[in-house]
Write a protein that binds this ligand. Structure first.
Ligand code: FFO
Ligand code: ATP
Length: 239
């Protein structure tokens, strides 16, 4: 019999050995003095922050993952949530999958993002548990298999999720964020600017991804909180 997929552990390939376990990643990958709105600057910043997070050692990752879990368990949004979207970590992203068991024990359901086929960079959210078959998407990230329509009963409209935990590439103290650059989350949650039911949006990142200031783009959806292994940032919503 085929072994069921391991679900709650992050793939071992994510944990590439550290290049230099002792050097703090912020020293090795310093930020430029000025950051502008220009696409070239945003691309350069993404590359640098992605290097920083990939450079964390296994020990730093493990301790960050546990620190993040402690912070998340205290969030009122998660304590009352019944449906929570998270992500399977990729490219050095902070790992929030310790929450899976915690949420399941509380009777909540976990969802993962799936690249929407035949659509412009937006996401579906499909229920995830220990028996969910996973396949790699075009970026090499594992996601629930939606090829044969079996996911249809397990898909939830984005507005019906209680909480969305969103992977960030960078953030600042005001709650501004930068993602992987595909606009996937911005498109999928653009509706949250209008009145009506909406999930709480919570960005997650390693502390080394915090920058002094990030320009906000007109299409950036506002977040309710950003949680790192060090702190919880609560931006004041403008609406
Ligand atoms: N773990 C995780 N899952 C996620 C996301 C994420 O950021 N993290 N996403 C969040 O949006 C979506 C996928 N978005 C992504 C957008 C760009 C790249 C990326 O690596 N881009 C390459 C260019 C690759 C190419 O074009 O072929 C790059 O920038 O180097 C990866 C994922 C859905 N699932
Ligand atoms: N609601 C939207 N409708 C149409 N295009 C959008 C929308 N949101 C973002 N975009 C486009 O997506 C592209 C990427 O946006 P951006 O650089 O802000 O990505 P990001 O915030 O890093 O990614 P993500 O939202 O996936 O975390 C931009 O060219 C932007 O114009």
């Amino acid at each position: 019999m085929r072994k069921p997929p391991t679900v709650y552990a992050a793939p071992a390939s994510l944990y590439s050995p550290s290049l230099s376990p002792s050097a703090p990643s912020t020293t090795l990958w310093p930020l430029p003095a000025e950051l502008s709105h220009s696409e070239a600057d945003r691309r350069a910043l993404r590359r640098l922050l992605r290097q920083r997070r990939r450079h964390l050692s296994l020990r730093e990752r493990c301790s960050a993952e546990h620190a993040l879990f402690r912070q998340l368990k205290r969030l009122p949004e998660l304590m009352r949530a019944r449906t929570v979207a998270l992500y399977l970590p990729n490219d050095g992203e902070i790992d929030a999958t310790l929450l899976c068991q915690w949420l399941t024990r509380r009777g909540a359901h976990v969802y993962l993002p799936v690249l929407r086929p035949f659509a412009d960079n937006s996401l579906w959210f499909v229920r995830y548990d220990s028996s969910t078959p996973l396949v790699k998407n075009r970026f090499g990230i594992a996601e629930p298999d939606t090829r044969f329509g079996a996911h249809k009963r397990r898909r939830l409209p984005a507005w019906a999720l209680d909480v969305v935990l969103m992977p960030l590439v960078g953030f600042d103290a005001t709650g501004a964020r930068i993602g992987m650059g595909g606009g996937f989350y911005d498109r999928s949650f653009a509706f949250t600017r209008r009145p009506g039911p909406r999930p709480r949006l919570i960005g997650l990142a390693h502390h080394c991804q915090k920058v002094p200031a990030l320009p906000v783009q007109p299409w950036d959806v506002p977040l309710d909180a950003i949680v790192s292994d060090r702190e919880i940032v609560r931006p004041s919503r403008q609406d």
